[in-house]
Design a protein around this ligand. Sequence first.
Ligand code: ZN
Length: 182
Amino acid sequence: MTSHDPASVTKGPSTFADILEAADRYAATFGHGRLSPIPARAMAIVSCMDCRFDPLSCFDMEPGDVHIIRNAGARVSADVLRSLIMSTIKLDVSRIAVVHHTQCATHSLSSMDVAQAVLEKTGNDPAGIDFMTTYDGHHTLLSDVRDLANCPYLPRGTAVAGFVFEVETGRVKQTTDLFTVR
Ligand SMILES: [Zn+2]
């Protein structure tokens, strides 16, 4: 069996043949080999990992345009902050959009709920892991955006705002004020 054998291409949990086969086709017509690592739109997007949201299509962007940093719930975790500092300080990003979405799984359960599920499925207690869930998505988004605007490690003048993508309609609304790092 090889990755080039169509019979081996499955979406099963035990093989990556499907993505390798797709990557072969992608490389055959690849045209982005000379892109700059500096995002052309000077923007970083922090979004949920939800598979229904496609930032590039939604915002009419292409490879080379934007940094996209994703995690469960679009939370500004310590690691997201690390990436945003790299984006702004080293790669000329001057705008940060934090994009939540409707029907987010992280808005309907507690961190303890997740910990309990981990315990049931693995037998191990993930004590010490903050799953950063919330029952108030808007407050959490506003709080994360404000924290970014007040972050002393982002350049002055960096624009920050919060948005919500509606998975039902494809529409995006800005749901926080526009903040500027001072
Ligand atoms: Zn989500």
